[in-house]
Design a protein around this ligand. Structure first.
Ligand code: PLP
Length: 392
């Protein structure tokens, strides 16, 4: 079955009792057991039919053996790290989601987990960071907000060679664009609040495992910790996921148009986009991604105020989050990555003037018009044009 057909027909796509073409929202905390121990469902934290439908769907989409739905992406990440114990060490990507960094640095470190942060594109650095007590390599690709792309198959190979796990947060790509388990990765995590939900109306997290042993561990922890996705949200998430392919195709096409526009915009000094043939990660992106994603980041020419620019846009929404039908724009240093100490943030290449754009599904012409008026209204922009500042 092709991917876009799977979105509609894989997993559990209809109600097994009535044939309803949308799996109902089973609002029940407990289930009548005809005979003790013989029921499919006992208690909704352990298993709920609406949640299971979306869990089976994500497992099929990512090509894993089992899926798990959580109350947020953060809850999903925390539950995966609960597989480990004090004294365990991790190799972690240097450009991971700010909330993941906060969880590692301020919560999990207190509980005795240790980690080394590396640029996971540098495979030698990854290998060198592996210690005797290393349990896993944890990364994102493309990363947030610089859209760095790491070779997924190579990371899986390194992890396997060292007998450790590989874990990827696949939020920025979605399974439409890449499926890490098919490349040998052990565990895939999603903030489904982004592309999978797609409509800016649900907070959810998903986990998929490559094999049954890992699935049993995550199932045990999901039930023990209890940060599960509720039935209403499970239904909303599955409804959103049905249109992932349609949404992504529109959003990818808009992103290519915007990249081209920004490449020719003299007030832009730098663009971060894996689909840029001059991007050092371009070849890896082309090899492992179906399309280059619908995120791009850019910097304005020195002296121009990024805050003035994003606040001056009229159509593109100034907001955190990404992966929605509506285009969303933000300044990482002031918003999504504000919790990271400035020196660490700058060391990782996230400058104060960086702007991140999540391209939506509006008519691309309107997005270009909005960007154009935003640039035209920037104070100081006229000097730049007069002085012949050009895009590098
Ligand atoms: C948003 C996000 C998360 C956290 O997910 P929530 O659903 O907001 O808890 C984790 N990883 C990445 C890459 C994200 O973008």
């Amino acid at each position: 079955m092709e991917f876009e057909t799977k979105l509609l027909h894989a997993g559990v796509s209809e109600d097994q009792y009535t044939g309803a073409t949308s799996v109902p929202i089973y609002m029940a905390s407990t289930f009548h057991q005809q005979k003790i121990g013989e029921s499919e469902y006992e208690y909704s934290r352990t298993g709920n039919p609406t949640r299971q439908a979306v869990e089976k769907l994500i497992a099929d989409l990512e090509g894993g053996v089992a899926g798990f739905a959580f109350s947020s992406g953060s809850a999903a990440i925390n539950t995966v790290f609960a597989m480990f114990s004090a004294g365990d060490h991790f190799v972690v990507g240097n450009d991971v989601y700010g909330g993941t960094f906060r969880l590692l640095e301020n919560v999990l470190k207190r509980m005795g987990l240790t980690f080394t942060v590396v640029d996971t594109r540098d495979l030698i650095a990854v290998e060198n960071a592996i210690q005797e007590n290393t349990q896993a390599i944890y990364l994102e690709t493309p990363t947030n907000p610089l859209l760095h792309v790491t070779d997924i198959a190579e990371i899986a190979r390194i992890a396997q060679a060292h007998g450790i796990l590989s874990i990827i947060d696949n939020t920025f790509a979605s399974p439409y664009i890449q499926r890490p388990i098919e490349q040998g990765i052990d565990i895939v995590i999603h903030s489904a609040s982004k592309y999978l939900g797609g409509h800016s109306d649900v907070i959810a997290g998903l986990v998929v495992t490559k094999d049954q042993k890992l699935a049993d561990q995550v199932a045990y922890l999901q039930n023990s910790i209890g940060s599960i996705l509720a039935p209403q949200e499970s239904w909303l998430l599955q409804r959103g996921m049905k249109t992932l392919g349609l949404r992504m195709r529109a959003q990818l096409a808009n992103t290519e148009k915007i990249f081209e526009y920004l490449s020719n915009q003299p007030l832009v000094s730098k663009i971060y986009y894996p689909g840029d043939p001059n991007n050092p990660d371009y070849e890896v992106a082309r090899k492992q991604m179906n399309g280059f994603g619908a995120m791009l980041s850019f910097e304005l020419q020195p002296g121009l105020d990024p805050q003035e620019f994003v606040e001056g846009l009229q159509l593109i929404t100034l907001a955190e989050s990404l992966g929605a039908l509506e285009s969303l724009i933000e300044i990482p240093a002031l918003m999504t990555h504000g919790a990271i100490p400035r020196d660490i943030r700058l060391k990782n290449g996230i400058k104060d003037e960086l702007i991140r754009l999540s391209v939506g599904a509006e008519d691309g012409k309107d997005l270009l018009l909005d960007l154009e008026q935003g640039f035209a209204n920037l104070k100081g922009s006229h000097d730049h044009v007069r002085n012949g500042a050009v895009n590098s």
